[in-house]
Design a protein around this ligand. Structure first.
Ligand code: C2E
Ligand code: MG
Ligand code: MG
Length: 514
């Protein structure tokens, strides 16, 4: 038996334990033939080392698999952060980063172009058919756009109904070719099961200037798209610096408009509606004007859309309603107006979405003691057909209140009379474009007569606007049309002139022969 003071196995054991503690888990010792107590400790040491090695390698494996998972999650998150989840297209961040890469590319590569597309009436799809339908339309638009680009181009959804195409190393011609293909692809009807919608787009194109930043290219493409929208939608516009100025001017006018409502720069002109049988004044339409301190008179066609854009149209319409109804009550007390004399007010589509509209109208009528039937609210065809819940509630409640609802600008939208007759409306005002086409001879009186018959068949009354000649008066009255309005009788007049007109003439002349 080896001397315990000189037993070399003890030194080996100490050495083995030191190596183990340093992390060398492969450390093992061979027991001696003695099979004594020291060998028992050596065997125990070997077992411990074995166990430690197993635990360690298991641990290493787990760390490796967790690291792989973490890496994948990181990649997934990166993809998610760069992808639009609804369409699977790149998102704004991804597009910008690709555009930046493109702009940073060394050498003589031609500049990149960005095509920006905004759907023209997507809000209507969402409002009328719900968000699920809206989502499906966006997916279909995405699919169509992908088919019109080249492999090297990137289609992205920037958010909402806004898409963009990055055309790397392209010329304006290439970008325009792609933009035209996109316009054509979105021109076809989208059929989704029971749903048939059009989802056309307005398109802006910006070819990058040398040294221009990605953000600024996108902004310019947006300005061009905005110009395309203003030009009548479903068109393509290439960015020009002047567009930026026009946009700035519009946003300046928009900010001045808020003040205009509060600082008495708005006024109302009144245009008579006339009985075509005898020239009797049946009522007045209130038409707002903006007397701008430096820009002069601005007409509503210019600023009502702006007011809608900046969310000021409700305030504007309510000012017109309150002012015109107060004026009307003064006329009623100052002179004798016919019992069926009506005040006509134009209402914006946004107004119909206000839950307190009916209370507001009821409050005004009470305050100025005006019978509800003396009020006609003119609402455009496009505003009426959205069919949202709040709009339907507003229309039904107004009708219940006893106010008359009239479809304004009839003939400019696409709705059928059979649809319109389901709405709680009692009158239809036929758009003046129909009569002006009549004047140029492109439309026959037969067409007007057919429209009049349709309106009557639906149990509605018709008023024709835009009457400018005695011939039009004569033809329309021969057709049995009762209501008419237009410069022939009177232009819209300021309050004082309207007062004189009401005082002096209960009837307006119908024609040279009368
Ligand atoms: P609208 O309701 O269809 O009004 C008729 C427009 O046709 C008026 O233009 C009127 O001046 C014009 N007009 C009348 N007779 C003739 C004619 O014989 N020939 C021609 N060429 N034009 C004629 P205006 O005053 O510029 O108003 C334009 C539109 O602005 C209105 O169209 C209406 O939709 C909107 N609007 C006007 N006032 C208001 C308002 O207070 N609130 C809202 N929401 N919209 C308003
Ligand atoms: Mg009107
Ligand atoms: Mg009209």
């Amino acid at each position: 038996m080896p001397d315990k003071h000189t037993d070399p196995r003890l030194a080996m054991l100490v050495d083995g334990i030191v190596r183990l503690s340093r992390g060398d888990l492969s450390s093992r010792m061979k027991p001696s033939a003695a099979r004594d107590d020291v060998d028992a400790v050596i065997t125990g040491f070997n077992l411990l080392a074995e166990e430690l090695e197993l635990v360690h390698s298991d641990f290493e494996e787990r760390v490796a698999s967790r690291t792989a998972l973490l890496h994948q999650a990181h990649l997934d998150m990166r993809t998610m952060a760069m992808t639009d989840s609804l369409t699977g297209l790149d998102n704004r961040i991804a597009l910008l980063s690709k555009l930046e890469e493109e702009l940073a590319a060394e050498g003589d590569t031609p500049p990149a172009a960005v095509i920006l597309l905004d759907l023209d009436s997507f809000k209507d799809v969402n409002d009328s058919f719900g968000h699920d339908a809206g989502d499906r339309v966006l997916q279909e638009v995405a699919n169509r756009l992908v088919t019109v680009v080249r492999d090297c181009d990137t289609v992205a959804r920037l958010g909402g109904d806004e898409f963009a195409i990055l055309v790397p190393g392209g010329t304006l011609e290439i970008a325009l070719r792609i933009a035209n293909r996109a316009l054509a692809a979105l021109g076809d009807r989208i059929s989704l099961e029971e749903l048939n919608v059009f989802s056309r787009a307005s398109i802006g194109v910006r070819l990058a200037d040398p040294g221009q930043s990605a953000e600024s290219i996108l902004l310019d493409a947006d300005t061009a798209m905005y110009a395309a929208k203003r030009e009548g939608r479903s068109t393509i516009k290439v960015f020009e610096p002047l567009m930026l100025l026009q946009r700035q001017l519009r946003s300046q006018i928009a900010s001045e408009l808020r003040d205009a409502i509060r600082t008495n720069q708005l006024s109302i002109h009144y245009q008579p509606v006339v009985d075509l049988r005898d020239g009797r004044v049946l009522g007045l339409e209130a038409l707002v004007r903006w007397n701008h301190p430096t820009r002069g008179f601005i007409m509503p066609d210019e600023f009502i859309p702006l007011a809608e854009e900046i969310g000021a149209v409700v305030e504007l319409d309510r000012w017109v309603m309150a002012t015109a109804i107060e004026q009307y009550s003064m006329w009623r007390s100052e002179m004798s107006l016919d019992d069926d004399f009506q005040l006509r007010l134009n209402l914006s589509a946004v107004e119909l979405q206000q839950l307190d509209l009916v209370d507001y109208v009821r409050g005004l009528l009470r305050r100025f003691d005006i019978p509800p039937a003396a009020l006609v609210l003119e609402i455009t065809e496009t505003a009426l057909v959205t069919g949202g819940e709040v709009e339907t509630y507003s229309l039904l409640s107004l009708k219940q209140l006893g106010v008359c609802i009239e479809i304004d600008d009839f003939g400019t939208g696409y709705s059928s009379i059979s649809y319109l007759r389901k709405l709680p409306v009692s009158m239809v005002k036929v758009d003046r474009s129909l009569l002006s086409e009549l004047a140029t001879g492109s439309i026959q009186f037969g067409f007007i007569a057919a429209i009049l018959q349709l309106i009557r068949a639906a149990g509605l009354e018709a008023v024709f606007e835009g009457i400018e000649t005695p011939e039009q008066v004569q033809k329309l009255s021969e057709m049995g049309c009762i209501g008419g309005q237009g410069y022939y009788f009177s232009r819209p007049l300021p309050v004082e002139e309207t007062t004189s007109l009401l005082r002096s003439a209960a009837k307006l002349p119908l024609g040279p022969s009368q």
